[in-house]
Unconditional design. Structure first.
Length: 139
């Protein structure tokens, strides 16, 4: 599977009676069996406050590479896809439970993330041979 893009968006109210400003959307675009797909993950923005609990990162942006800032919301969909490869067949995922949200970050090897974003910037893609490459293995 080839990862083409990872990005996150803080949603804003489009109408005064909507609640979009309580949510973030994270997207990962990838090529799976020759077909380009995008997984959209909508989650409660409040979960961003647990960044330090869920990841080794201390603040947002979580990474800065050559003036390119990568925020927590940029990695959410990628982590979901890594933890649950079955999501390749889905277009959307909605997460409103903190426990479910946290489960997608458990045992992720965050040290490999800079490699993904470097390849996305320089090569316009990252080849993900196996999600297991990003899962910490028991010692």
């Amino acid at each position: 599977m080839q990862i083409k893009e990872c990005k996150g968006i803080e949603l804003e109210k489009e109408k005064s009676n909507t609640s979009e400003d309580f949510f973030n959307r994270s997207e990962v675009t990838f090529i799976d069996n020759g077909e380009e797909k995008t997984l959209h993950v909508l989650y409660v923005r409040y979960f961003d406050e647990f960044l330090q609990e869920l990841t080794p990162f201390k603040q947002d942006p979580i990474l800065v590479q050559n003036e390119n800032e990568i925020f927590f919301r940029d990695i959410v969909a990628l982590c979901c896809l890594i933890k649950n490869p079955g999501l390749r067949s889905r277009k959307r995922l909605y997460i409103n439970s903190k426990n479910e949200f946290a489960s997608y970050f458990q045992d992720i090897n965050f040290e490999k993330l800079p490699e993904v974003f470097r390849a996305l910037k320089e090569k316009k893609g990252f080849e993900l041979h196996s999600p297991l490459e990003f899962i910490l293995q028991p010692q």
